[in-house]
Design a protein around this ligand. Structure first.
Ligand SMILES: Cc1cc2nc3c(=O)[nH]c(=O)nc-3n(C[C@H](O)[C@H](O)[C@H](O)COP(=O)(O)OP(=O)(O)OC[C@H]3O[C@@H](n4cnc5c(N)ncnc54)[C@H](O)[C@@H]3O)c2cc1C
Length: 230
């Protein structure tokens, strides 16, 4: 099972753990308790039950399955991620820890134009090499200036919690993310979606592959029900 995937330039998703060990059996048994039933192995009818639960949005049995991830991503991705409230988080503290010099710089094809109007936005890649070069040098220039200012303040003995204020949201952070399969499907439906920001979508894709490895029947049923979280 793949447990770690590199994402963007310095980022990663690590599946630290999941539980219980026979996770889909737990989902099925917590649904079957309604009829005082219990099974010891997953049969064809149990896979159908998982599909039924997804289709009819009986979500609570999926709360029995839990996932623990370690995420390394830019702060602007974290800002979007932490809006998902049905989860537990612990993040590296830039009050106590000096941040590493790791800034996200989008690659040429990932620097994009916004086209369209409110409610119907589209993003388009940029062919104009001059614009790409300008953007790239702006990123580098701002990152260098911000990093130098951060280091200068730390050298003067200024507290990390103050010095960090000059750093841009492209700098990397890391956090632990614990959630259950129901909330994870909600995250995937919103963030592994063409309308989601490209950068967070790369993380959601990595997570979705891991979700499939751990809960293949649930994941298949999620897709079959139009990627709607129960
Ligand atoms: C493409 C995109 C654009 C976005 N743009 C913006 C934006 O411009 N500004 C902005 O502020 N946010 C924006 N968001 C964030 C969005 O509004 C949600 O905060 C975020 O996606 C988390 O979704 P959630 O509430 O379903 O997840 P969670 O917080 O994990 O909640 C999961 C589910 O639990 C239930 N729930 C949780 N809390 C409550 C509650 N208090 N009351 C009732 N039910 C609850 C809901 O059913 C919810 O769907 C955007 C998200 C996406 C995907």
């Amino acid at each position: 099972m793949i447990k770690q995937v590199k994402v963007l330039d310095y980022g990663s998703v690590t599946l630290e753990d999941f539980g219980p060990s026979n996770v889909e059996l737990m989902v099925v048994n917590s649904a079957r308790v309604s009829h005082d039933k219990h099974v010891t192995e997953l049969k064809e009818e149990d896979k159908k039950l998982i599909e039924f639960l997804l289709r009819n949005r009986h979500g609570t049995p999926f709360e029995m399955a839990e996932f623990w991830f370690h995420i390394k991503c830019p702060i602007f991705v974290t800002r979007e991620w932490h809006r998902h409230r049905i989860a537990s988080y612990n993040e590296m503290s830039a009050r106590y820890t000096e941040l590493p010099q790791e800034f996200y710089v989008p690659k040429g094809k990932d620097i994009r134009f916004l086209k369209g109007k409110q409610g119907d936005y589209k993003y388009e890649g940029i062919d104009d090499c001059q614009i790409l070069e300008y953007a790239n040098s702006d990123f580098k220039h701002v990152h260098r200036a911000a990093w130098n200012a951060y280091q200068d303040m730390l050298d003067m003995g200024i507290a990390k919690e103050v010095a960090r204020m000059v750093l841009p949201v492209s700098i990397y952070t890391q956090f632990y993310y614990k959630t259950n399969a129901r909330s994870l499907m909600n995250f995937l439906s919103l963030r592994n979606h063409p309308k989601a920001m490209w950068e967070i979508r790369q993380y959601a894709k990595a997570i979705e592959n891991m979700f499939h490895m751990v809960m293949p029947h649930t994941h298949n049923a999620f897709i079959k029900s139009g990627r709607t979280a129960p």
